[in-house]
Design a protein. Structure first.
Lengths: 467, 197
């Protein structure tokens, strides 16, 4: 029996997403969606691609390629762990949508977005990825805002900035092919690098193009917005790494390394410092996620033998941290209507699980020891300090900003009126999910090697990076 | 054919500037539809008739989606932000964009494998005017039109170097998707406002 990898991990999720639009029950959506995503993750991890597998009398084989309108979509066996991580992370978000009241639509829309983003990794030549990413962005707009609620300016900016990325990436791809044909043409190389830089800056929301993220987290449901700011940068960073892998002159150029390092540091420093001065929990998460993207860019700026494993080590921590953070915010917002400091003051008294989850997630992003974010950031710090001490100091400044935001959050969440009694308003599901998430943060922080099961094979998806 | 292409560039100038200054949504959507016709003419020099037709049909369908949605909504006073609203200001800004485009055309034409001056001029004009449009408005219909204008300009330019069927199909889907998203947001904008900072 022969299956097809792009059909399983691209077409099937899109189809499932369309069918799930028919289901209205939030719990059913969460359970079905989470289970299917988990099944897709398990198949990706344990069933080899392009290798025959014998189960009793049955011989199963998953082909790696699918031809669509003259172009090939290919999912190599080395990408199995990446798919497992993406769909495993999505399962976490989909199960979490059960507990996050009002976030059920991330399940059908999320499946379609996942399918399109996996297509962006699989399409050959990979420059066409920009088209699939744009389609995923268009689908994410109805996920972010309800038709019964006036859209915020953040959504419009998100749509504009992300749409503008597509032309730059496509043109960069065409110019890069020209550079390969005539490597001595420095003007063409500069033009293609500028196009690529602009495209990635829009796509990854690099400073100063990230103002839509805080606006989105302020106005949209934190869980749906959180899902988007998890999946989009994660896939885009892998896409950017694909560029480095595919073109040796970009990979070996000192300017590229400097650009990635400067962009990463700008994201960490501005994200950290601005998080420290926010008075809205959603905006703090937004700046935390911006800093997270900065860490990934910094990892790309390192020697790829160290940087690529760190880049992949950042992904599970980012997934769990953002999911827990978003769920905590969703629970608090359900009790307070808004996430402004004034409204959410003393939230630890009426939502202790959610409040603790928010604090731990903020601390994890701030590289606090024993939590999920710490091992990857420590490795990043260590490698960065060997390359450039000033860069390591700037990273420290950004992290100090994030830590300040965590301390301020603790102060506000704990600042209840005198004699206010403790009354946990979270329901049973919310308590269980938040507790499991917090335990997960500690497990990833104390035993980072547990993630190696997924991560060890991941650098093999690149031909040159990480070798 | 060359004369026809220059006529199409003239139409692009009229429609893109018209989109900037038109206040009636019926006029602006008609101009957008006309813009797709000019795009079709410019595409014909690099794409087969069938593929160029796909793009113009997708564009017209998008105009229909936007028009039908807008016609069902009541008139509301829409916020234009801090930018000056006067037609003279917009005409002045459009002139500046035109000057920049005129300066950039020869260089871009050389990079884009000698696409032809009318094709490059038309494409850059659409991109420039679309970006200007995006910069001076926050109305959902106008933002959608601005994005569609930028994408239309890019499609003309990209067609000169890439004639893949998959790319043409995906770009058509994106044009339709933009119109659908714009329609969705227009309907949503007539609901209660979101939490503001």
């Amino acid at each position: 029996m022969t299956f097809n990898a792009p059909a399983i991990w691209i077409a099937l999720p899109i189809l499932v997403g369309i069918l799930l639009l028919l289901i209205r029950n939030a719990r059913a959506l969460s359970m079905i969606g989470g289970s299917i995503a988990l099944a897709l993750a398990l198949v990706a991890q344990f069933v080899p691609i392009a290798t025959a597998l014998r189960v009793g009398n049955l011989s199963l084989k998953i082909d790696s390629s699918l031809t669509v309108l003259g172009r090939v979509m290919t999912i190599e066996s080395a990408e199995g762990s990446l798919l497992a991580m993406i769909y495993g992370g999505a399962a976490l978000w989909f199960f979490g949508s059960w507990a996050a009241v009002g976030a059920a639509r991330i399940v059908p829309m999320g499946f379609m977005i996942l399918g399109l983003l996996v297509a962006s990794i699989a399409v050959q030549p990979f420059l066409y990825a920009a088209l699939f990413i744009e389609m995923a962005i268009l689908i994410s707009v109805p996920m972010l805002t309800s038709v019964y609620r006036s859209p915020s300016k953040g959504i419009l900016r998100f749509l504009i900035y992300q749409t503008l990325a597509m032309p730059f990436i496509l043109l960069a791809g065409w110019l890069l092919a020209g550079v390969e044909a005539s490597p001595g043409d420095l003007d063409l190389a500069a033009q293609s690098a500028s196009m690529l830089g602009l495209g990635l800056a829009f796509l990854l929301a690099i400073f100063p193009l990230y103002n839509w993220i805080p606006m989105l987290l302020e106005d949209s449901h934190p869980f749906t917005a959180g899902f988007l700011i998890w999946i989009l940068p994660t896939i885009t960073i892998i896409f950017a790494a694909g560029f480095l892998d595919g073109y040796s002159w970009i990979r070996s150029s000192p300017q590229t390394i400097l650009a990635f390092r400067s962009a990463g540091l700008l994201m960490i420093v501005t994200g950290g410092l601005w998080a420290a001065f926010q008075r809205h929990f959603g905006r703090i998460m937004a700046f935390g996620s911006i800093a997270e993207t900065g860490f990934s860019l910094l990892a790309l700026s390192l020697d790829s033998r160290a940087g690529i494993p760190i880049l992949f080590l950042l992904i599970p921590a980012r997934t769990l941290t953002l999911a827990l953070w978003a769920l905590g915010l969703a629970v608090i917002r359900d009790n307070t209507e808004t996430l402004r400091f004034g409204a959410a003051r003393g939230a630890l008294r009426f939502a202790p699980f959610a409040g603790t989850a928010i604090l731990l997630a903020t601390l994890s992003t701030s590289a606090f020891p024993l939590l999920a974010g710490f091992p990857a950031r420590l490795a990043l710090w260590e490698n960065l300090s060997r390359t450039s001490l000033p860069a390591a100091i700037w990273m420290t400044i950004g992290i100090m900003g994030l830590l300040t935001s965590a301390v301020r959050s603790l102060a506000v969440l704990g600042m209840a009126e005198e004699f206010t009694s403790w009354e946990a308003r979270e329901d049973f599901t919310q308590r269980i999910m938040l507790t499991l998430g917090m335990i997960g943060l500690f497990i990833l922080g104390l035993f980072p090697q547990t993630a190696q099961f997924f991560l060890s094979e991941l650098p093999l998806m690149f031909e040159h990076l990480g070798r | 054919m060359l004369i026809l292409e220059w006529v199409a560039v003239g139409v692009v100038v009229v429609t893109s500037v018209g989109l900037l200054i038109a206040r009636d949504w019926r006029v602006s959507i008609s101009l957008l539809a006309l813009q797709y016709l000019a795009m079709f003419v410019l595409l014909l020099s690099h794409l087969p008739l069938g593929m160029a037709s796909v793009k113009v049909v997708a564009g017209w369908m998008s105009c229909a989606i936007l028009g039908m949605t807008r016609s069902d909504l009541t008139e509301i006073l829409e916020d234009e932000g801090l930018w000056p609203r006067g037609r003279l200001f917009r005409l002045f800004a459009a002139t500046l964009v035109g000057i920049i485009v005129a300066g950039a055309v020869p260089g871009v034409d050389a990079i884009m494998a000698d696409a032809g001056l009318p094709v490059t001029s038309g494409a850059l004009l659409l991109i420039g005017m679309g970006l200007l449009h995006l910069g001076i408005t926050s109305q959902i219909l106008r933002v959608t039109q601005g994005l569609m204008t930028v994408i239309a300009g890019f499609e003309i330019l990209y067609a000169t170097v890439e004639s893949s069927v998959l790319v043409a199909a995906l770009l058509a889907v994106i044009t339709l998707g933009l119109a659908l998203v714009g329609a969705y947001l227009m309907i949503a904008s007539h609901s209660r406002p979101a939490e503001t900072s």
